[in-house]
Every structure is written in structure tokens, then in C-alpha cells.
Design a protein. Structure first.
Length: 254
């Protein structure tokens, strides 16, 4: 497990109650999971709002849960609400008994890095996201059914993840997809409001109607999870990559 101390002032609120207030949060990266998480010293946490619980959640913990063994779970009582299993201590010596919290959308009302609100997960200080116009010829298909064909893609390069191909809507066969009901947020790109499903692959495609300025070129374009479709670039087949999103249960959403 890789760890480092952040210089950012990090806070988390439930309603008007500040549960976490730290100027020395620890970022850590679980093995085979590229998204960082904060772990906080107990002195930076309103421990009086945390109640230890033996009611351990069952089943898969998903995108926002711990990725390894947990030494202690906590419910959070704050702002007139109870957030079950919303905090935990990972059973890992690198984290020194620090407290980790869920970033699930239905938990905390606000996370702040300095005075800027952050959603979904902490921003990775080592990550770069870049969107570039291209004239490459991109095709997308699944089970030999063509879903998209474009020579006007925007290529999005994001550290630790496969290149994503954002295509004009007019180049995507939306009649061969079904409208999904997902909605997600990326700390680097913004809110993905539109999703589409393919047989056997939910939330296989998405679009950002109002992306953050740094990646404004992807506005209203449609991208696909390379992990679930067959893509060619200039006539050459691109092998399906393996990433955390190969498992559809790891795809963030509501």
C-alpha cells in the first residue's frame, strides 16, 4: 500500500456539522485500485459522532467501500442522521489506526479540499487528464454489432486508465443501445448525466453535457468502456484492457 501526507485542508460535513477537519490527511492507494482515499488521524475526527458497530455489511462493498480487511466499523450520528457503516479502520499497519470514510453520494453532504467542493473521491496529486482532438478512425462494436464509426474523435488520456474515445453523437448508433438510468461524477471531468446500456453490459457508454473546462472538448460526446466493447483505431483492433471497470459493479453511479 502506498501512502503520503497531503498539504490540503480537508473537511467533511453532514448538514452543518463538521465531522472531519484535517490539515494532514493521509492519502493511500490500495493495491490494484488506482483511486486514492483519505485516512485521518483520530484527533482530526469528531470521534464523539462515531459509534463502533458490530453490524458488519455483507456482500460486495463496491466502489465506495474498503478494498481490504477492516479492524473496526463505525456508524456516524450527525446532523440528525445516522450513516450506517460510513467509517472504518482498515486492518493495515500503513494506516496507523486512522479513520477512513465513505464517499458514497448518499453519505456526507459535502467534502472540501481547501474551499473547493470535491465529489466521488479525492483528487490524485499524481494524475493527469488531457483531451485532444484527433482525426483517427474509430469503430466500436459488441458481438459484431457496430455501435459507432467516427473520424472525429476526442481522445482522453487519463493516468492509470485506458485511453477513452469521445465520439460525436451523430457517429453513434443510439438505436442499438438502450437508455440507462445511471448518473456519476468524476472529480476531473464533472457529471456524466447520460448513460446507455448494451446487452450484458450496463452503463457501457456515457456523456458529459457540461464537463469541467480542462476537458471541455468532450462536451456532449459519447464514450464507451473499452473493457466491454471491441474498438478499432485506424483499422487496427485494440485489445480489451483490464481495469477496475472491467467489473460492471465497480462502475461509479448513483
Amino acid at each position: 500500500m502506498r501512502t503520503e501526507i497531503s498539504d490540503k485542508w480537508v473537511r467533511a460535513m453532514v448538514g452543518s456539522t463538521t465531522v472531519v477537519d484535517s490539515r494532514a490527511a493521509m492519502l493511500f492507494w490500495e493495491q490494484k485500485f488506482p483511486i486514492p482515499v483519505y485516512a485521518f488521524a483520530p484527533d482530526d475526527v469528531r470521534m464523539d459522532l462515531l459509534e463502533p458497530t458490530s453490524d458488519v455489511p455483507t456482500g460486495r462493498r463496491g466502489f465506495f467501500g474498503p478494498k481490504g480487511p477492516v479492524a473496526q466499523w463505525f456508524d456516524i450520528h450527525a446532523g440528525g442522521r445516522v450513516l450506517p457503516n460510513a467509517a472504518w479502520i482498515r486492518d493495515a499497519p500503513e494506516l496507523e489506526g486512522r479513520i477512513t470514510f465513505t464517499w458514497a453520494p448518499d453519505a456526507f453532504d459535502q467534502w472540501l479540499e481547501e474551499e473547493e467542493e470535491v465529489h466521488s473521491h479525492p483528487r490524485d496529486p499524481h494524475k493527469r487528464v488531457e483531451a485532444l482532438l484527433s482525426s483517427r478512425h474509430i469503430t466500436v462494436s459488441i458481438d459484431d454489432v457496430l455501435l459507432a464509426d467516427s473520424t472525429e474523435p476526442v481522445l482522453l488520456f487519463e493516468t492509470y486508465l485506458p485511453t477513452r474515445y469521445y465520439l460525436p453523437r451523430t457517429d453513434v448508433r443510439l438505436d442499438r443501445l438502450s437508455t440507462g438510468n445511471n448518473r456519476s461524477h468524476c472529480p476531473y471531468k464533472g457529471y456524466a448525466e447520460d448513460y446507455w446500456d448494451a446487452p450484458g453490459s450496463p452503463s457501457v457508454a456515457w456523456s458529459y453535457p457540461d464537463p469541467y473546462p480542462a476537458v471541455g472538448l468532450i462536451k456532449d460526446r459519447i464514450a464507451f468502456y473499452n473493457e466491454s466493447v471491441d474498438i478499432t483505431v485506424d483499422g487496427v483492433a485494440v485489445p480489451r484492457p483490464r481495469s477496475i471497470f472491467s467489473n460492471t459493479k465497480n462502475r461509479p453511479g448513483d
